[in-house]
Ligand binder design. Sequence first.
Ligand code: ADP
Ligand code: MG
Length: 696
Amino acid sequence: MSRVNEMFGSMVFNDATMREKLPKETYKALKKTIQNGKGLDPAIASSVASAMKDWALERGATHYTHWFQPMTGVTAEKHDGFIAPTDDGGAIMEFSGKELIKGEPDASSFPSGGLRATFEARGYTAWDPTSYAFIKDGTLCIPTAFCSYGGEALDKKTPLLRSIEAINKQAMRVVKLFGNEDVKNVVTTVGAEQEYFLVDRKYFDQRNDLIYCGRTLFGAMPPKGQELDDHYFGSIKTRVKAYMRDLDDELWKLGILAKTEHNEAAPAQHELAPIYTSTNIATDHNQLTMEIMKRVAERHGMVCLLHEKPFEGINGSGKHNNWSISTDTGVNLLEPGKLPHENAQFITFLCAVIKAVDDYQDMLRISTVGAGNDHRLGANEAPPAIISMFLGDELTEILEAIEGGVDYEGADKRELEIGVHVLPHFPQDTTDRNRTSPFAFTGNKFEFRMVGSSMSISGPNIVLNTAIAESLKQFADELEGAENFTAALNKLIKRTIKEHKRIIFNGNGYDDAWVKEAEKRGLLNLRTTPDALPEFIKAKNIKLFTEHKVFTEAEMHSRYEIHLENYCKVMGIEANTMVSMAKKYIFPAVTAYIKDLSNTVNELKAAVPNAPCKAEGELILKLSELLNAMYEDNKRLEELSTEATKLSGLQERADYYRDNVIPYMAKVRASADELELITAKKYWPMPTYGDLIYKV
Ligand code: ADP
Ligand code: MG
């Protein structure tokens, strides 16, 4: 066996391990639960728990934990030992079915967005058998959903599982209409490409902005290429390569098929692409990937930055959520087929996506909100905050032809068949040309590029699954009762294209002209988090999620609040960090430089009375002017930041940060960055952009 084969999935209680370790009947029953989402027999849980424990102990595990994804954005664990005392004063290793199925962590320290006011403070975690248990750091981790005692979701997994169920239900109706009797399940698949930066730990530790905010609040751009000498370049390669190799090993052990590459636009920026899998597992894997990326970086004396915009003026980091939908018989429903009926099915699913993206632009945008991503979306190198879809010229032309075609008239079936028959089989490389689109068709899947690098992909996939489930539901409602299926389908497709084609845009999404054009088309442009969030609780969105049983209305309100609160917290931390760095580091550094320059002038004048001292004088004046401006703006920023905390309404507070605090942060930064450029290096109190991005 190769090294990779031996290692891959070695720390995962996966299908192969289950088959080997579980009694036959138990394995069969569990498999059924996994495939059909049927409830689990408690007796089976005991049998699974016991096998899981033995397997984990063999691999050196001593503890187990219910691993879950609360609304904080990171994963949570509460570790318990397997060890239990015996009557005779000894100890045995125990793990019961009950402990596998249900846990009761203290929920009070996790955000609930007001749900706790109405429900009990405690929450419980429930085993999700559709995502494999794994061992991390000597602990058996059991993927779980996290709910309040009233059954309200307090996490990111529960609604994701519900959305997977919703789209399965509706897609099955449509798939059946196309005569696929052998299909039992439709699943969505995801591959999340992850961008990140690596910086040297010793520089990171000297910057409070990186420590507290994960991004730089100050920093002038290095003159291009200045620090890019061969010495640094040589060491970048070996160090980063060693990191990537180590990272791949760790991820492979956890069954995550990652391929790390050294290929991003900015220096020190990299990307990791996993092989796609089911949405639930892909989401768990992405959370694990982010955690392991950070941990492995530490071992290599580096810090992995997952923030969407660690450096101003330098490419930000996103997460490309590649999404598709396929049958359990292995048919990718977004892959153009060769036969006419396959193409009709492809066009139907394509239209369901087009309709969903147009109808729920607001929700897709909201699924990517966050203070960090606000710096990225709409900026130069990132997709704009406007949702649009790239289909490529060929596919767009086909849709136009279908839309413009004569209505199907009963007897002659040729119309639809010809319209759809001409579909070419898309070579991958001709479909992925446009990198500026937030939502691009790439041959057999869609790539949603607006997602921020630090976010869970749960949110975007909940929206995609649910919105597309709604399109499919409407399609099925209309088609199921049709007398002539082909005629009804033709009509439906034409109408859908006509009504929703405004969302299709194949041009340059970074162009200013697009912003105007999008406005003309009536597309939403929700630029910031506080702009976008109110849409979350609009009636049409509440209707969507409650009808498909993905969120209750109370859950939606709670999530709206959690998002707002999170935004306000981040803004508060950033403003305060900036104020303090300006006061404690930049101000003293610049005054020390001014003092030394002034002393130099005095000493020089004493020694050489008619020395001009023009350069020193001008420099001192400029430094002093900038320092004054920075001082005044910083004082104002501090006041504004305090004002913000006095506002009790969360939306009001978020708006206040956007309108008042952020502009002052920009002012303070502008003066400080200018000061950095004219202050001698040895006085500057923190590592520069040059240090951070070139000296890895
Ligand atoms: P690249 O973008 O580098 O050319 P691909 O387009 O093949 O590579 O894949 C990009 C990402 O999309 C990978 O993470 C891959 O696993 C994922 N992907 C490929 N096919 C699917 C699919 N059917 N569903 C979801 N994700 C997919
Ligand atoms: Mg790609």
